[in-house]
Design a protein around this ligand. Sequence first.
Ligand code: NBG
Length: 815
Amino acid sequence: MITISKNKFKQCFESKMYSLYAQSIEEASNEQLLTVLSSVVKDIISKKWTGTRLGCEKEIYYFSIEFLMGRQLKSNLLNLDIENTIRDGLKEMGIKLDDLIESEGDPALGNGGLGRLAACFLDSMASLNISGHGYGLRYKYGLFEQKFVNGYQVEVPDNWLTQGSYIWETVRPNKATVVKFEGDIQLINQKGKLKVIHNNFIPVMAMPYDIPIIGYKNDYINTLRLFKCEILTRDFGPITANALNHSGSYEDALKYKYYTEEISQVLYPNDSNYAGRLLRLKQEYFLVSAGIQDIIRRYRKNKLKISNLPNNVAIHINDTHPTLCIPELMRILLDEEGLSWDEAWNITINTISYTNHTIMAEAMEKWPIDMMKKLLPRIYMIIEEINRRYVESLSRKYDDYDKIQRMSIINSNNIRMANLSIVGSHSVNGVAALHTEILKEEVLNDFYVDEPHKFNNKTNGIAHRRWLISCNEELSNFITELIGEDWKKDTTELKKLEKYKDDKKVLKTIEEIKYNNKVKFAKFVKKEYNIQIDPNSIYDVQIKRLHAYKRQLLNVLHILHLYHELLDNPNFSMEPRTFIFGAKAAPGYYLAKCIIKLITSVANKINNDERIDNKIKVIFVENYGVSLAEKIIPASEVSEQISTTTKEASGTGNMKFMMNGAITLATLDGANVEIHEQVGDDNIIIFGLKAQQVLNYNKYGGYSSLDLYNSNRDIKRVVDDLINGFIPNISNEGRAIYDSLITYNDEYFVLRDLENYIDAQYKINELYKKKEEWNTISLINIANSGIFSSDRTISDYARDIWFKGCEINGENNEL
Ligand code: NBG
């Protein structure tokens, strides 16, 4: 059992302070105290953090280009169940644990839902005693840090590795591997067997940095292994010669150094130019190759039979970024293990599974053949062969040229990664019921018809430990007071809260807890932004990536509508409202940046207009991320989930808000549909186009935003605001947004849904006046959020995908 007494902890802490910094506790900065504390925690777990369980248990490897971990200290102490001991011990040494928790920074290793989902999954796998590990990249700067300058987003590098290292990581130089780029491939027939020789490649070193992932009160520890790209510093025999070739002169050596360093520098390099795209492909292969080699190395060390790989190992690819896992595993099985094509292919398919996270065409990765061929010559050969065999098998089944073209992995000089992922894996899942239906019936229909057994749904979930127990302690304690402790391990227990739905005292307490969280957040806003917000106003929140389909624009157009109503009509009655936004826009995404500028400009105008008597406040928090979300969500009352129906694959923020008692204002998109099913019509506010309507518009046309604009006074008024000078300093941005709405016919149906949204917002306003009813709805939302724990999601993945038995029967076909 992992545990520590208070006195032992104090001893360890003090001696660690001396060994790391050669100074006393009194002299240490908060940063140093935090480093010492994390190091003591790592010592406490070290014996249990033994690495592989291969051979005893099936191991799951989750490959993801992003891991949005958030702070680790609090969640580690919670999961180890030592928070009180540590708090007391530190207190006796004159240190406040909460100060240290607040001084920890967020690793900049992710962007949005996809990365946060990966982090929640790691937490759940460890908590459910599943040997499941993450593979990712240790970006030096990661995603940019967002600053606002005159209301514009400005990107600066996020120097999250402040001291050159991360407090929770352990570097493992003895487990470094080599990844090879470029070069020439020579195929030799050696006694009937194919031998593959790779010459003149550029070798780089993948240095693993391990982060412990601690399960909830179960002494189970997994690993998130992040690779940093470095020049070869160890002697790898003949490979070293290649490295030296590339650093023949001092100038070449520097070039080689830059080549390597660039690979793990930033997350999502700008892909609007060739160099950026090439760099992304390098990153993807670097991650995949380092990870797969690592798995096979460990597998071999455990003396396991390679033909048994799918029974001992499951490899999961999170969206298409790690799709090269498929040809990389093939490469190792063919070229290094000497298997036949069919043996290798069967093993690969049965080992790998794939999750799709979006239907947005722009996110469906494609790589030009020429780029792939030059950067990864052997991988390209393997993809070509996979495709040749695949197209051949399709031609035997279908006499339909167009269909085969649509399904082919290689098409018009591009390699389509989603196609490769489907063909090379045994399971393809969407992330909410509606999303999976759209994949099956629309986006991936050809593949679904061809191999229906591969397709399944796994509705997303969230780690309730972070998103309720830890970020909203007061609510969590109150729940425990009402229904006992069991819900912490089994969130379906939350359902028991429903019996309090008419209990006035309980409802009042729910309201008070929300109020306290709102006061806390108001203090934070005052301190950070010097804006006073009123904890008695409705906190209405939209926090997520900035994207046209998520429709932050719809939100701000409604705010403008309210503003006009207040200005025009002295009797217009509304509950005071604080609109809170948090979002980063991709650096190359102009329209998204325009929308940020619009919102900050509207905020500036409204927040300083005394005529409206503080009825509306608009806050745009800077540099939105996990730690900010942990502060905002417990204080939120309205959860804005207003994407264009069909476009949001699932959403996970929607689940976090619900679990913290906010009321969802939503389109029937993604997991909102399932939230609606859980709580019923009376406990959610739904508006907007239905999925079928959007699909029909997309297929058959029939929508004219201009007609709407000309025929509806409310719509015209707010759209005109974009270009008539009503909002200062947005002339270019306002025009670009106006054009997207009117000139280009409003791709995301913002104006089509606006009137409906205004009505829905009015319902929120009326409901808020009946506070008791509101509180009941809030309670019902919490009570029915249990199904959205990522523990449920992970149990589903484990049961249906990772641990489902698979047979291997390879034929003996040589390549
Ligand atoms: C996002 C979707 C969300 C979904 C998360 C996690 C990408 C590419 N996709 O709707 O937009 O909740 O993935 O599945 O980030």
